[in-house]
Design a protein around this ligand. Structure first.
Ligand SMILES: O=C(O)C(=O)C[C@]1(C(=O)O)C=C[C@@H](O)C=C1
Length: 104
């Protein structure tokens, strides 16, 4: 069964709620997998390895996420901390892919 704000509000049993949480986590991982696939593409597109880390873009992504979290009514500092870790992990992953693609 698909989930929504309304369907979650109607749940009365913890077992059903936990099934929903497990499904959401599965969907979040699938989305994160796609985000990491974007890092594969970025590693392919960026001709200079020094372009992998882009502090200006990192600040932009963090600002976007803070605004989205604020609009969604979820904790902004925590989301910012999660994305800080996500972007740093993405940079490490992208650097690794950059080397792999070029056999260096
Ligand atoms: O936008 C890019 O250039 C990316 O490689 C993506 C990304 C990100 O995780 O969003 C990762 C590394 C850069 O420092 C900036 C942003």
């Amino acid at each position: 069964m698909p989930y929504s704000k309304d369907s979650i509000a109607k749940i009365r049993e913890m077992s059903e709620l936990r099934d929903t949480i497990d499904r959401l986590d599965s969907d979040l991982i699938a989305l994160l997998k796609l985000r990491f696939q974007c890092m594969n593409a970025a590693a392919r597109i960026k001709s200079e390895k020094s372009a992998v880390r882009d502090e200006k873009r990192k600040a932009e992504v963090l600002e976007n996420v803070k605004q989205l979290a604020s609009a969604a009514g979820i904790p902004v500092p925590t989301m910012a901390a999660i994305w800080e870790m996500l972007i740093e992990t993405s940079i490490s992953y992208e650097l690794e892919k950059w080397d792999q693609i070029r056999g260096s």
